[in-house]
Design a protein around this ligand. Structure first.
Ligand SMILES: Cc1cc2nc3c(=O)[nH]c(=O)nc-3n(C[C@H](O)[C@H](O)[C@H](O)COP(=O)(O)OP(=O)(O)OC[C@H]3O[C@@H](n4cnc5c(N)ncnc54)[C@H](O)[C@@H]3O)c2cc1C
Length: 535
């Protein structure tokens, strides 16, 4: 295995010292999810000076709670949104090329239980292939009943008529977020987690920076920046409202919120429910949604739902109807129906859907999945909506807007389409599927670094070693048990009980590495949340 130069250290004191140095940046970004991190990388790779602050941990929000699909969106095709699908299919290929250790092709079977389903949906999926063109990952195939069962032996055989196989991609969302953060850092960007933007700074009515607070010490820092990008996901309206009030001669007209949050629930069950390296796609559930069963890191993800909400909790909980819906619908298509006692973890994400002006709520199913970039009177740039798959194109769009509005000077062209992310080089080892349990393969070409850390042969659980926890603390910005067990390793999402049983040991190693409180109790409380099944 080739040895690599040591990765950049992410020592917190050092990061905070850089923040406190009060230098002037070209661009300051609020929010360390897919959107903000994408913008940070695009800007840093163009040579701009970049700072990003994240109030919690990178990808703590929606970006660790996706269905893990790198996809064009077959559902949006059915809605006739050709432009969105084409762009996403193109971005899908770019992502698979730039982060092959974290994003890979996966084929999906759509089983048919009515005679018309195979030709009807099959033709739609052929169109998906046609839109992908050269970016296609494999041809859509029409399957007989026997072929369907051979590829997906755990599909419900009763009434099965045949099926369709098509190709999309899957990924490790939170680790991709970290790869974006770390790649941006290698281009000089300063990224700080657990640091919340609390206020905006103006100079003669124009945005000139922000005030942020280290949530670990409550110390505040002023960042001066020529351009400020609000990429706070479903929480973007908070800063927009501050901006609106600050620039409204007396603050009488509050800025109208643009986000209509919609909740999506996933449950995780054991691999035996889908014992093949293929996904299952149900094109139309009882409520007209698409349902997926996705093999992921040794388990199976079932989901999701689309339930409008009026609030923005950090840890939303599933509704009983959502849980029942996923279990019942999956049970119709799988040989063995999963029950509540099979659930290893349940997690909920909030989609940052953008309301058309004048919309007052109601169903979110029909709202656009496209992204929105807005520039306020003071120059605050807000970006939200879109999806993980298109984070790179969104970032490019944000930078284009900033340049067009003269909020930045810099190279006109983005370079991220051909920029491999950290870990993307060859490890010299055989490629490993993301369907298989998490292990060293998630580190790509950095595996040798992990293997050279203390504790490389001390196994905490099947897919987690002591060295991986040390790697997370030294090079991946982890300070809390949750950072390691939820997002560097994905244990909390895969098996919350197992994660809870490992927390004390992970906490000890983190404390040794960082000297900080690893917040063990908070993690134990959180783990209960991921086991909560409403009655
Ligand atoms: C259920 C579900 C399934 C999905 N599945 C897929 C899928 O399979 N494939 C796909 O491509 N897309 C999928 N998506 C969409 C995708 O996950 C989101 O579009 C994307 O993660 C949004 O990223 P973001 O950075 O805009 O938001 P977030 O990830 O929420 O990031 C915003 C960040 O801003 C931070 N923040 C907020 N306020 C402040 C502040 N004041 N100061 C500092 N930081 C702040 C938050 O802590 C948060 O980390 C799914 C979404 C959901 C909800």
């Amino acid at each position: 295995m080739p040895t690599l130069p040591t990765p950049l250290l992410t020592d917190r004191n050092e990061l905070i010292a850089r923040l406190a140095a009060n230098r002037h940046y070209d661009i300051a970004i609020v929010g360390g999810g897919a959107t903000g991190l994408g913008v940070a990388l695009d800007a840093a790779a163009r040579g701009l000076s970049v700072v990003l602050v994240e109030s919690h941990d990178f990808a703590k929000g929606t970006s660790s709670r996706s269905t893990k699909l790198v996809h064009g969106g077959v559902r949006y095709l059915a809605q006739g949104n050709i432009g969105l699908v084409r762009e996403a299919l193109h971005e899908r290929t770019t992502l698979l090329r730039n982060a092959p250790h974290l994003a890979q092709p996966l084929s999906f079977i759509m089983p048919s239980y009515r005679w018309w389903e195979t030709p009807f949906y099959g033709m739609g999926l052929k169109m998906y292939d046609a839109l992908a063109g050269k970016a296609g990952l494999g041809k859509t195939e029409f399957l007989t009943r026997d072929e369907t069962l051979a590829l997906l032996p755990t599909a419900q055989p009763n009434g099965l008529k045949g099926g369709v196989r098509y190709w999309d991609g899957q990924f490790n969302d939170a680790r991709l977020a970290l790869a974006l953060a770390r790649t941006a850092a290698t281009h000089g960007a300063l990224l700080v987690n657990y640091c919340r933007a609390v206020d905006l700074v103006y100079d003669a009515g124009r945005i000139a920076g922000l005030v942020c607070e280290d949530t670990q010490t409550s110390r505040q820092y002023r960042i001066s920046a020529r351009c400020v990008v609000n990429a706070a996901g479903v929480w973007v309206d908070e800063l927009r409202q501050k901006d609106g009030l600050a620039n409204d001669d007396g603050g009488e007209r509050p800025t109208k919120p643009i986000v209509a949050p919609s909740q999506g629930v996933h449950i995780v069950v054991d691999r035996e429910f889908l014992a093949a390296d293929v996904g299952l796609m149900v094109p139309k559930t009882a409520d007209g949604r698409v349902l997926f069963a996705v093999p992921w890191l040794g388990k199976v993800i079932l989901g999701t739902t689309d339930t409008p909400r009026n609030d923005l909790p950090r840890e939303p909980v599933p509704l009983k109807e959502e849980l029942d819906f996923i279990l019942n619908e999956s049970g119709r298509y799988l040989r063995r129906a999963p029950t509540r006692s099979d659930v290893r973890s349940v997690w909920v994400g909030l989609r940052p859907l953008v309301k058309p002006s004048g919309d007052e709520g109601g169903s979110t199913k029909g709202l656009s999945r496209e992204h929105t970039v807005l520039v306020s009177r003071s120059g605050l740039v807000t970006v939200t909506g879109g999806k993980w798959t298109t984070y790179r194109a969104m970032a490019e769009d944000v930078l284009t807007t900033c340049l067009e509005k003269s909020l930045l000077d810099g190279p006109k062209a983005s370079v991220t389409a051909h920029l491999p992310l950290i870990g993307a080089g060859s490890s010299g080892l055989p490629a490993h599927s993301i369907c298989q349990p998490q292990g060293l393969h998630s580190y790509g070409d950095e595996q040798s670094v992990v293997l050279n850390l203390p504790g490389a042969s001390t196994t905490l659980a099947d897919s987690l070693t002591e060295a991986m926890v040390r790697f997370a603390a030294r090079f991946e910005y982890a300070i809390h048990v949750e950072d390691v067990l939820a997002r560097r390793s994905r244990m909390l999402f895969l098996d919350a009980r197992l994660a809870s049983s490992l927390a004390a040991r992970v906490g000890e190693i983190l404390r040794q590495e960082t000297g900080l409180d690893p917040q063990f109790e908070a993690f134990q409380e959180l783990a209960q949340h991921y086991l909560y099944l409403p009655e």
